[in-house]
Design a protein around this ligand. Structure first.
Ligand SMILES: NC(=O)c1ccc[n+]([C@@H]2O[C@H](COP(=O)([O-])OP(=O)(O)OC[C@H]3O[C@@H](n4cnc5c(N)ncnc54)[C@H](O)[C@@H]3O)[C@@H](O)[C@H]2O)c1
Length: 360
């Protein structure tokens, strides 16, 4: 990553809109990184930051990551991101939340279609319906509002596709029957993925910090473990499906898996962890490749007006994307992460200097 002054990511974005929301009085940041491949897309993050400039740094970084995510997924879209920086400790009541969403909608509308938003950390499909009252440049609204709704099912399906490609590479078969998987995080995506894997006869170890998830996991025939145990369990594939930063310099030497393939964003605590995994011979498929199913589905349906069948095929094509990355990595003697970066650059033509194919 290239850093600019004061630890801020270098600005190679097409435009960045920063304004104090006239209704909410909160900082609203919309970063449009690239429209080289088409309209920039990326979720709306409503999150607490110690300083609004931390929110700006997040918007710059995440929008660049979305450019890479879309490029590798083969989407005719670029990357963008909205961040509303909520001060620490502030609680948003219903009226303020509504004011925030109206401010976001007006900011997006002012960009004349350069960028469209969707749900992200802190926002929901219902929030997208509110934004949609003021601008058409929004996706993942609930079905009754004309959108494709929750993206988790497609994200789970895309993760399954990535796992198939890895299974074929490691074990010669795309079927996951009998493959040992350790799944960390049984949330919207993780639980759906666990169901898909259980249906296929995978040998599942599951975990979550929330003990209430245990019963649902065990109903699937999975073995329950603590997150710490699941992380370092003797398994074939570790599947991070919780929060980011799970792969640290301390954790990697303790891993007992052949591959790490999961949808959780920002899995690497620091960029050098990719090298540590590689040196240990552990395959790591970049999270932004694995987790692209949600955005592929939403954009295929809502922005490109294709049928659900076409959307599903495109999500399942993540299997081919990962297989191709294995091919490139082998041919060029690089890691999968490097192969993915190369693919993004190829699709974008001359890459922006700070293109950072990290999680978005
Ligand atoms: N929802 C999507 O379509 C989508 C798309 C792309 C990427 N992702 C990423 O996938 C991950 C999961 O998303 P989600 O929508 O299922 O989120 P979620 O909030 O529904 O689920 C997260 C789950 O992880 C658990 N968890 C949190 N910390 C944990 C820990 N330390 N150990 C074990 N479990 C822990 C939580 O209790 C929760 O059950 C996130 O990193 C998200 O950014 C999701």
């Amino acid at each position: 990553m290239i850093w600019g002054f004061d630890g801020m990511p270098a600005l190679d974005h097409e435009q960045v809109l920063i304004r104090t929301g006239p209704r909410s009085r909160l900082p609203v940041i919309v970063a449009v990184h690239s429209s080289t491949l088409g309209q920039a897309v990326g979720g709306c993050r409503l999150w607490r930051y110690a300083d609004w400039q931390d929110g700006l740094a997040d918007a710059l970084r995440l929008s660049a990551g979305m450019t890479a995510k879309c490029a590798v997924a083969g989407l005719a879209n670029g990357g963008g991101k909205t961040v509303v920086a909520v001060p620490p400790g502030a609680e948003l009541d219903a009226a303020t939340r509504r004011a925030v969403l109206d401010d976001v909608a007006d900011a997006i509308a002012s960009l004349d279609g350069a960028y469209a938003t969707g749900p992200d950390v802190g926002t929901t499909p219902e929030d997208m319906a509110v934004i949609g009252e003021r601008t058409p440049h929004v996706f993942c609204r609930p079905a009754q509002h004309g959108g494709s709704g929750d993206s988790s099912p497609a994200t789970a399906l895309g993760t399954l596709a990535a796992l198939r490609a890895v299974s074929r590479r490691l074990y010669g078969t795309r079927a996951l029957t009998g493959v040992r998987l350790s799944l960390v995080g049984l949330g919207s995506v993780g639980m759906r993925l666990a169901r898909l894997l259980a249906d296929e006869g995978a040998d599942l170890l599951v975990s979550d910090i929330d003990p209430a998830k245990r019963a649902a996991g065990e109903e699937l025939g999975a073995t329950w473990a603590s997150p710490e145990h699941a992380l370092t369990a003797d398994t074939d594939i570790l599947v991070p499906a919780a929060l980011g930063g799970i792969l640290t310099g301390d954790v990697v030497p303790r891993l007992r898996c052949s591959a790490v393939v999961g949808p959780a964003n920002n899995q690497l605590a620091t960029a050098d962890v990719a090298g540590l995994l590689h040196r240990r011979g552990i395959v790591w498929v970049p999270d932004y490749v694995v987790s692209a199913g949600g955005v592929i589905n939403a954009l295929t349906l809502e922005l490109h007006h294709e049928t659900p069948d076409v959307a599903r095929q495109r999500v399942e094509a993540i299997e081919h994307t990962v297989a191709d990355l294995f091919g490139t990595a082998e041919q060029r003697q690089v890691t999968l992460a490097q192969a993915a970066t190369e693919l993004a650059r190829l699709r974008l033509g001359t890459p922006p200097a700070a293109l950072r194919p990290a999680s978005a």
